[in-house]
Design a protein around this ligand. Structure first.
Ligand code: NI
Length: 403
């Protein structure tokens, strides 16, 4: 059966199974767990997958689940990924099924991703005879601390069988319910950590001629850093450099020049070349400005998350997958937020969607990580359908290409 004709059957399952999707969502939302502590969530997912006849692949990890569904014949393997962790946030939303865990909440809506992928698992298991290949379900722990995907990649989660393409999604309170963002190329920025250390000679604040003042050098660095985006990065490209934390001196002491200043910040970009350029310029400015002020400057540039760069080769499949569910594809601006889905893109081409969850009438308007965050729960059927249709569309696309 052609992928497009599968759309009708998938939509039928979306309607029929919606009460089950919502039950999953409610349970998950009521039982949030923090990164790498998702034990009950893991047990819940395993049980649901086993009920659908999906085999659990054993990996040496305490939380998170990888399931494998074999279709009617050998063929491409498509991975579908959802993250499963909550946040240390006290829920203050008007949600009818709030968190039962004090101080913990699915404030980034990863419960909507998990419920959507469980829904897709049910739909795809019902349609397994129509799948000319296999599906890997990746329920990833610890997205919020940017470590879960790295861990799974170290465990070679995209092997056995080798994954040909991977799809993932994140809810978005920026776009309305009934829409899904399908964006070609960069969708979410790389996210790197920068640490500046400026070492000088401290001493009496009233006798500055005897000191090498790292605070003055650090102030000059802060100013100079602003020129990297405005003078070095192409105006057609974009990037962010923010210094968000400055540590120097003791308590409220006002008359002692400290020995050193340490500053922490973040860099966001959409291209590897831009990351490299920024690193080079920041290092040059830190070292040379510090030296000019009689200090020593050191930059630690830590590459944390890569760009979520949606594969052009999967764009058509992704677009058709969304259309087939009855949702409307939209093309918003990319986000400067980071997402560890980018780790999986080191192993396979991938595509990441944003699932619209905004609905003013239901107070679903708050941003990620807000204690008021909530999603219009109709998004689960659309998420499940989008995941499921991505499998059919991607396999068809891969097979057409190899013909
Ligand atoms: Ni998130």
């Amino acid at each position: 059966m052609k992928a497009l004709e599968m759309g009708e059957r998938v939509r039928e399952y979306m309607r029929q199974l919606e009460p089950e999707f919502i039950r999953d969502l409610h349970w998950l939302h009521e039982h949030p767990e923090l990164s790498f502590e998702e034990y009950r969530t893991t047990a819940y997912i395993k049980e649901r997958l086993e009920n659908h006849g999906i085999s659990i692949q054993e990996y040496p990890m305490k939380t998170g689940v990888i399931g494998l569904l074999k279709g009617r014949e050998e063929g491409p393997c498509i991975a579908l990924r959802a993250d499963i962790d909550g946040l240390p946030v006290e829920e203050m939303s008007t949600n009818a099924f709030p968190s039962l865990e004090k101080g913990k909440m699915h404030a980034c809506g990863h419960d909507t991703h998990t419920a959507s992928l469980l829904g897709a698992a049910h739909i795809l298991s019902a349609l397994r005879e129509e799948i000319p290949g296999s599906v890997k379900f990746i329920f990833q722990p610890a997205e919020e601390v940017s470590l879960g995907a790295k861990k799974l990649m170290e465990l070679h989660c995209l092997e056995n069988p080798k994954v040909d393409a991977i799809f993932g999604l994140h809810n978005s309170p920026e776009i309305p319910i009934g829409t899904v963002a399908v964006k070609k190329g960069p969708l979410m920025a790389s996210s790197d950590r920068i640490i500046f250390t400026v070492k000088g000679h401290g001493g009496h604040g009233g006798i500055p001629q005897r000191n090498a003042d790292p605070i003055v050098a650090a102030a000059a660095i802060i100013q100079a850093v602003q020129t990297v985006v405005s003078r070095n990065v192409s105006p057609i490209d974009s990037a962010v450099i923010s210094i968000c934390n400055i540590q120097a001196g003791e308590g409220t002491v006002n008359n002692v020049t400290p020995d050193q200043v340490v500053m922490y910040g973040t860099v966001r970009a959409y291209k590897k070349e831009t990351q490299k350029l920024i690193e080079k310029r920041l290092r040059a400015l830190t070292e040379s400005i510090s030296q000019a002020y009689g200090c020593q400057g050191i930059l630690d540039y830590i590459y944390e998350l890569g760009v979520v760069d949606n594969a052009v080769s999967l764009y058509e499949a992704a677009y058709e997958a969304v259309t087939a569910t009855g949702a409307r594809p939209v093309d918003p601006d990319p986000s400067t937020g980071g997402e560890d889905f980018s780790e999986f893109l080191r192993g396979a081409p991938g595509f990441f969607y944003w699932l619209g969850v905004r609905n003013e009438e239901k107070d679903c308007v708050y941003s990620w990580h807000s204690p008021h965050f909530q999603a219009d729960e109709r998004c689960i059927a659309i998420g499940a359908g989008t995941y499921a249709m991505s499998v059919f569309q991607a396999i068809e696309g891969l097979q057409n290409k190899s013909l």
